[in-house]
Design a protein around this ligand. Structure first.
Ligand code: ATP
Length: 203
């Protein structure tokens, strides 16, 4: 059996990652979504909850027992050690869950696995070892802001602040094996670019 191709998919907030992932899925790729895994691990009864409780105490849980994202975000912003502690708990669990999902996808016959990891560049070598190529979805920063504002209640400043916490455009592009420039094109043209990239990697 041919070894499955493992494509890392990343990009800043609002760049169009999910849209690209959907197009790849339509072409038969299995999508492994790191954010969805993280949400499941930190939901009530999730696998990360006991360790989070032991590390940070009840103040970072909701009354239902899920991780309180707002409280956690606040803690992480104000204390870099908390960020490291949170990552030390979550990263191994996310890695295990994604690895289990890849095995299921390969057993189901998928020859392309897409690791949809928004913070792939930010997490350094950890992800790079597990994938064959990195695809960066890129657009102008102002376009990211307009897209996110159009689909959320966030203000211009709030989106810009989230972007300032993420890797810069140039840091991301420096890690790319393929770039999808999702700017000034409609969804049909975006799909075409995705298909061209797929052809390039033999997907
Ligand atoms: P996030 O990081 O916030 O999850 P994302 O990178 O996954 O965002 P998407 O959700 O794919 O981005 O796209 C953001 C919004 O912009 C969506 O509403 C999507 O439909 C729209 N969009 C993305 N690319 C295009 C395009 N080329 N033409 C029109 N709309 C687009």
């Amino acid at each position: 059996m041919r070894k499955p191709f493992r494509l890392g998919l990343t990009g800043g907030i609002g760049s169009g990652k999910s849209t690209v992932a959907n197009f790849l899925s339509e072409s038969g790729a299995a999508i492994l979504d790191a954010d969805a895994v993280a949400r499941s691990l930190t939901s009530a009864g999730g696998q990360a909850i006991p360790a989070l409780l032991a590390e940070f105490g009840e103040s970072i849980l909701t009354p239902e027992g899920a991780m309180n994202r707002e409280a956690m975000r606040h803690l992480v912003f104000s204390n870099p050690d908390s960020k490291r502690q949170l990552e030390a708990i979550l990263h191994p669990l996310i890695g295990q869950a994604m690895s289990a999902q890849s095995k299921v996808a390969v057993a189901a016959g998928h020859s392309c696995l897409v690791f949809d990891v928004p913070l792939l560049v930010e997490s350094g070598e950890r992800w790079r070892r597990q994938i064959d190529a990195v695809c960066v979805v890129d657009c102008l920063p102002e376009t990211q802001i307009q897209r996110v504002m159009a689909r959320s209640q966030l203000s211009h400043e709030e989106v810009a602040s989230i972007m300032s916490q993420q890797a810069s455009r140039s840091q991301r592009l420096a890690c790319a094996d393929a770039v999808i420039f999702n700017e000034g094109i409609d969804l049909a043209q975006l799909k075409h670019q995705v298909n061209e990239m797929g052809a390039r990697f033999g997907l």
